[in-house]
Design a binder for this molecule. Sequence first.
Ligand code: THU
Length: 150
Amino acid sequence: MRSIDWDALLGVAIDAMKRAYCPYSGFPVGAAGLADDGRIVSGCNVENAGYGVTLCAECGMVSDLIRSGGGALVAVVAVNGDAVPVSPCGRCRQLIVEHGGPSCLVLMPGGVTAMSDVLPGAFGPHDLDSVGATPAPASSATKEGNDGDL
Ligand code: THU
């Protein structure tokens, strides 16, 4: 298995955290992810006066993944304003599993944890397939190619 340079990922996440736009919560978050081709992608939280419109750091990170070429996430970390790993919220877990699959590793506050344990029983493309409600994307995270390929 590929060895993960968690210190490098943490450094990128901390840099991203410092760019967060969080005037409402005062809670900056930075996220960094390692893609399966070795790219490192990142994002920070971007809040909004319409509080529910807020974008989490992991959301920006996934956008960066897709924008910069797609592929699958193999490792992810998010940090808070103290540069300490923070637990991804439920919505972000759903985002990460879509683009990292169950084997993607997350540096949680308690240590490195596979997405299969971070979000057990995740809803995914297979649930859409099961009732023929497709076309479900066969994402790189499920090793069946990227539906966004041109
Ligand atoms: N936040 C993230 O960016 N990621 C998470 O996984 C949890 C929460 C942000 C959203 C909001 O801007 C702030 O943290 C406080 O909830």
